[in-house]
Design a protein around this ligand. Structure first.
Ligand code: HEC
Ligand code: HEC
Ligand code: HEC
Length: 152
């Protein structure tokens, strides 16, 4: 029994290591990144290296500010990311594997649920339930089935 427990602990540990290794893979120094289309304008909303590493934190922070406190600033807005990073070819940040957001993520084995609700193309309204208050991040199944046509 003790041996089984040890073995399980070992398995859990190596899975955790494998997952974090995969996630930090493209950000790690010396590893080739997938080819990315350059964003519009001449710079990002934060310094490029910083964005590579911390964009998810900015987005989550921005989301929490908006949903919990109703604060809507644009600097780290997801809508803005899409405006600057949508592909010339597909017009989207995540329609094909080469598109900006999915290029890195599919490389790193990460799948976002953001696009269930948020538009991947500039100027598209993808959230008919937005603005009704409450934390809609908790009602994913409802939102997702309400808007099947707006995905991709
Ligand atoms: C279940 C649907 C749903 C999912 C899934 C979802 N969001 Fe949202 N999100 C919303 C709604 C609704 C708002 C509120 C929009 C408003 O009131 O302006 C919002 C607002 C935001 C905002 C602030 C407004 C903006 O454009 O910047 C950010 C940032 C954000 N979400 C990021 C994310 C990220 C990142 C993910 C994926 C990790 C995600 N969201 C997944 C529904 C969703
Ligand atoms: C005003 C246009 C603009 C906005 C808004 C913008 N970006 Fe950028 N982004 C750029 C440009 C231009 C670059 C390339 C900068 C460079 O080459 O140094 C870039 C670079 C990046 C990179 C690094 C890419 C690489 O080559 O490794 C990431 C990641 C990124 N942006 C994510 C985001 C996210 C997430 C958002 C929204 C929170 C966002 N960007 C908003 C223009 C923008
Ligand atoms: C330079 C590569 C790269 C680009 C470009 C990139 N990401 Fe990421 N993203 C990552 C990596 C790597 C992670 C996972 C980091 C981790 O888990 O520590 C990640 C994680 C995230 C997360 C958190 C996922 C979660 O489940 O916690 C969000 C949200 C996110 N990215 C949004 C975006 C958006 C939106 C874009 C396009 C505007 C984008 N990213 C472009 C590399 C990138």
């Amino acid at each position: 029994m003790a041996r089984l427990a040890n073995w399980l602990r070992l398995v859990t540990l190596s899975v955790a290591v494998a997952v974090s290794a995969a996630a930090s893979f493209p950000v790690a120094a010396g590893v080739d990144l997938p080819r990315l289309e350059k964003g519009r304008g001449d710079k990002c909303v934060e310094e490029t290296q910083n964005m590579r590493r911390n964009h998810m934190e900015y987005l989550k922070h921005q989301r929490d500010e908006t949903l919990r406190k109703g604060i809507r600033t644009t600097r780290h807005s997801l809508k803005k990311c899409v405006e600057c990073h949508a592909s010339e070819k597909s017009g989207s940040v995540a329609a094909s594997k080469e598109d900006f957001c999915s290029a890195c993520h599919s490389y790193a084995g990460i799948k976002l649920d953001c696009w269930d609700c948020h538009a991947t193309k500039p100027g598209k309204k993808a959230m008919p339930m937005a603005g009704q208050g409450g934390n809609t991040h908790n009602t994913s199944p409802l939102m997702a089935t309400a808007q099947p046509g707006d995905r991709k």
